[in-house]
Ligand binder design. Structure first.
Ligand SMILES: Cc1ncc(COP(=O)(O)O)c(C=O)c1O
Length: 390
């Protein structure tokens, strides 16, 4: 048997090598401090779990969801959320339910691109759009995210012929892996560029409500002209520690929403509708201030602790990630190995997110078992005790 060429064409899974290194260290009896994975370690807030426990008994939810764009009460609460949070009014055809935002990121390009079309992807970046575009036969054109530009792409640098051939552009702020955030001016420039070249933007705001120090993430749909060309994806995963529940949503241009919906309605039958209703309850009623306070405490301990060691890491205003330059003389992979072997701590090498991530590592604030920064302090202490120089 032979697997499809499109499957063989995609790069190896980012975390494969890391998992091997981690398994080896554990088999040698090392007790690692793992700042690798970006999966919220705190439980889903109790009111959401209680709501779900109530809903699970209702036979109404035991059947297929046969609605047009997703459980009607869920779509209504998404519309309320967009109005309250971003002052954006959506109609019923401008929002749809997703099985987590990854569902939308993966499938949108299948609905939009033909072989040979160009997809503009941030580099470094969360790889789902890029990999699916490759499988769909698209040409990937990188948009480098450079430190000197605040890890925002420079649209002027996209070659004219590639812009003309581009069908889709992927953007993600607050950003994984760089922790960068953007303002509405940036979104306006993105929308103006997309409207000029007739490009659909897929804007991933999975971390819009994971922000610190008073920074409030905008929605791209607040920019003028965005409703012509933007589909924006959001998720309950990071805001409410609900990664396992699988609930997200897409909002924006009706034609783009209907394209994604048409593709998806031939692939899946959505999730257990009780999840949608518990998620609607969360969007309407639950705040994530306590979770944010935990991440902020960890972020401050990590950033201040590493800076005291001489490692001048930035302090992110959004996302769950600290993205730091490795010391001179190391590649991302070499420095990751050094941290693992000499300090017993795990980070992700930046080149795993694209070649423009070379020279960086990513540290996640989601650390299982951490209480008030206990494991983050231990992480810093181990690096200090290892004698690694910065
Ligand atoms: C930038 C970004 N977008 C989307 C996702 C997917 O989240 P979910 O499918 O759980 O909504 C992730 C997950 O880590 C992410 O980092």
């Amino acid at each position: 048997m032979k697997r499809a060429k499109r499957l063989e064409s995609i790069p190896p899974y980012l975390f494969g090598e890391i998992s091997r290194m981690k398994a080896k260290a554990i088999s040698e009896g090392k007790n690692l401090i793992d700042l690798g994975i970006g999966d919220p370690d705190l439980p889903t807030p109790k009111p959401i779990i209680d709501k779900m426990a109530e809903l699970i008994y209702d036979p109404l939810f035991h059947r297929y969801d046969e609605t047009e764009t997703g459980w009607v009460d869920f779509i209504a609460s998404v519309k309320r959320y967009y109005k309250k949070r971003f002052n954006v009014e959506l109609n019923d055809n401008e929002a749809m339910l997703l099985i987590g935002s990854k569902d939308g990121l993966a499938h949108f390009v299948w609905a939009m691109v033909d072989p040979g079309d160009v997809v503009l992807c941030p580099n470094p970046g969360y790889t789902v759009v890029k990999v699916n575009s490759m499988m769909a036969g698209a040409e990937i054109v990188d948009m480098p995210l450079l430190e000197e530009n605040g890890f925002l792409p420079d649209f002027e640098k996209i070659p004219f012929d590639k812009a003309e051939k581009a069908k889709v552009m992927y953007l993600n702020y607050p950003n994984n892996p760089t922790g960068a955030v953007c303002d509405l001016d940036f979104y306006q420039r993105a929308v103006d560029f997309a409207n000029k070249y007739d490009i659909a933007i897929i804007s991933d705001i999975a971390y819009a409500d994971v922000t610190y120090d008073g920074y409030v993430a905008p929605s791209m749909l607040q920019a003028e002209g965005a409703m012509n060309c933007v589909i924006e994806l959001h998720s309950l995963s990071k805001t409410y520690n609900m990664t396992g529940w699988r609930c997200g949503f897409a909002c924006g241009n009706e034609y783009l929403i209907s394209a994604l919906n048409k593709f998806k309605s031939n692939c899946d039958s959505r999730q257990f509708p009780a999840i949608d209703m518990a998620s609607a309850y969360a969007l309407d009623n639950v705040k994530n201030d306590e979770t944010l306070a935990v991440y902020k405490e960890r972020r401050d301990i990590l950033v201040n602790g590493l800076r005291e060691l001489g490692w001048n890491v930035p302090c992110p205003k959004g996302s769950l990630y600290v993205w730091a330059r490795v010391p001179e003389g190391y590649t991302s992979a070499e420095f990751t190995k050094k941290l693992l072997n000499e300090a017993g701590v795990l980070v992700i090498p930046g080149n795993g997110y694209g070649n423009y991530g070379e020279g960086y590592v990513r540290m996640s604030l989601t650390v299982s078992g951490d209480v008030h920064g206990s494991l983050i302090k231990e992480f810093v202490k181990r690096i200090k005790d290892s004698g690694i120089k910065f």
